[in-house]
Ligand binder design. Structure first.
Ligand SMILES: *[C@@H]1O[C@H](CO)[C@@H](O)[C@H](O)[C@H]1NC(C)=O
Ligand SMILES: *[C@@H]1O[C@H](CO)[C@@H](O)[C@H](O)[C@H]1NC(C)=O
Ligand SMILES: *[C@@H]1O[C@H](CO)[C@@H](O)[C@H](O)[C@H]1NC(C)=O
Ligand SMILES: *[C@@H]1O[C@H](CO)[C@@H](O)[C@H](O)[C@H]1NC(C)=O
Length: 454
């Protein structure tokens, strides 16, 4: 996915910008009085299924469940900003940025046999012998209840045993290799609860590969920032919650402003990481009561604009932030593409096998996807676009559905499970499960980069 000939710096920058945007979006949605105060960590990814498909397929699609994420998230003050530099302020409009195009999102290479191939072009193979799942939920103590589907009573297990088979090359990766990729490195995810899903997956893959699991730590730096450390390997896998990437600020009158020209000050802490994986998207599609912000701001002033334009501005701010703050020879930047939901016509409820590409019904607005791809391509810093949307679209079977937790953080009761329209989670992914494959592809891409360098 990064085979386009660009400098590592260019690839790196792209990803960073995108992640920042997501971060802020998350903050906006927070602190809805409707929900009880969640535990500080769990609330990151709680999806409330207020709106859900009105019928399982093949019934006609109900009105789109515009905003199923309903995070009760209190905005916390950013840590003291030592340098007091405005991290994300967008600079003058300069449209002369074409001189150094970032890498176009491009096919990922094979890392195992040295041949180049598109890791994202392939198919799912049910292969119980291939070593999936990479770990068991019971082995990973910090895995959140929300996504431990089998622990929550999911009866079928085949969804854990599908292997992504790229056409013409292989993408196999074991925990030991993941651990080695993390040695003396900081791998940081920035974004919404779907990036948290991916963070949990990688932390579990690495944790369960450790010879001595007691030499690990989970640090909750703040309610938005969590770190997994493998001490013997000097490895950390970190997650910054920032669903819009740009800054969501609570004003004195308690209204929420989404600042399209700034990134959260806290994001300074990710500068210097070895790997940054950003995402944003879902929170921008929320409307009505579920929308996280009350108003948009730019240059300190209220502005009104269409959602798409706001999204584009936010991504530009993110891209510039990456270009100005991320050193491309030190940090590799990824942007993970939209994680598909399976609601409406292609409903995840009661699904236990992947679908074929003919039955995919694209769900996320194409226009927003193009905005992401365009912004990544116009960055100076190279960023790798981890284009997992399509392969994930096929995995209608891999969501928690009713084997998740309710808003109190408890597994759904039998009664609640019988109301999938209200409770089924068709946004996040079971773990172990699909995000493990996202990480395999991430690591494969990293590995190829290392081998280029040495
Ligand atoms: C991402 O993948 C989708 C589906 O495979 C493809 O249509 C799209 O062009 C890809 N995007 C980029 C920028 O490569
Ligand atoms: C530990 O990892 C960090 C990167 O996360 C690196 O900068 C540092 O040099 C490493 N320490 C040692 C002793 O290798
Ligand atoms: C779920 O799937 C099973 C087997 O495919 C089927 O027998 C059952 O009726 C389905 N339940 C619902 C509520 O759709
Ligand atoms: C479905 O996948 C096959 C094999 O990967 C491919 O040849 C075909 O073009 C795809 N069809 C669609 C509609 O994407």
């Amino acid at each position: 996915m990064d085979s386009v000939a660009t400098s590592p710096a260019q690839r790196w920058a792209l990803c960073s910008l995108l992640c920042l945007c997501l971060f802020y979006a998350g903050l906006l949605l927070g602190s809805r009085p409707f929900f009880p105060t969640p535990r500080p960590w769990e609330h990151f990814s709680r999806a409330q299924k207020l709106l859900a498909p009105s019928a399982p397929r093949p019934a006609p699609p109900p009105p789109p469940p515009a905003a199923a994420y309903h995070h009760d998230h209190d905005v916390v003050a950013p840590p003291p900003d030592a340098g007091s530099r405005d991290l994300g302020r967008e600079e003058q409009e300069d449209d002369d940025e074409g001189l150094a195009l970032g890498s176009a999102p491009a096919p990922a290479p094979a890392w195992e046999d040295g041949r180049e191939c598109d890791l994202l072009d392939g198919s799912w193979v049910h292969d119980p012998a291939a070593g999936y799942p990479l770990y068991q939920a019971a082995e990973c103590p910090f895995l959140s209840d929300q996504v431990t589907c089998r622990r929550n009573g999911r009866p079928d297990a085949a969804y854990e045993q599908w292997r992504w088979q790229p056409r013409g090359c292989s993408a196999r990766f074991r925990g030991k290799e993941a651990l080695e990729q993390c040695r003396n490195r900081r791998l940081v995810f920035v974004g919404d609860s779907l990036n948290r899903n991916m963070w949990e997956s990688l932390a579990c893959i690495i944790y369960t590969a450790l010879p001595d699991r007691s030499r690990t730590r989970i640090e909750d730096v703040s309610s938005e920032y969590r770190i997994f450390r493998a001490l013997d390997y000097n490895c950390s896998v970190e997650f910054f919650w920032s669903p819009f990437l740009v800054k969501l600020e609570t004003k004195q009158d308690q209204t929420k402003a989404l600042k399209l020209d700034q990134l959260p000050t806290m994001l300074k802490q990710v500068i210097g990481a070895d790997v940054l994986v950003f995402n944003t998207g879902h929170w921008w599609t929320h409307t009505g009561k579920l929308r996280a912000w009350d108003h948009l701001e730019r240059n300190g002033m209220l502005v009104e604009m269409e959602g798409e334009e706001a999204f584009n501005r936010a991504l530009r701010t993110w891209a510039r932030w990456v270009d100005h703050n991320i050193h491309p020879t030190r940090t590799r930047v990824f942007f993970r593409s939209i994680s598909p939901e399976h609601k409406s016509a292609n409903w995840c409820y009661n699904q236990s096998t992947p679908i074929t590409n003919e039955t995919i019904i694209p769900w996320f607005p194409k226009s927003l996807i193009s905005i992401v791809e365009r912004n990544i391509q116009s960055m100076k810093t190279p960023a790798t676009y981890l284009n997992i949307t399509h392969l994930s679209e096929l995995r209608i079977d891999a969501h928690p559905s009713v084997y998740t937790t309710n808003r109190d953080g408890k597994p759904l009761s039998t009664e609640q499970r019988q109301q999938p329209i209200i409770y089924a989670d068709c946004s996040h992914w079971c773990l172990p499960g699909l995000p493990d494959t996202w990480n395999v592809l991430l690591l494969a891409s990293l590995m190829r980069y290392s081998s280029n360098v040495h």
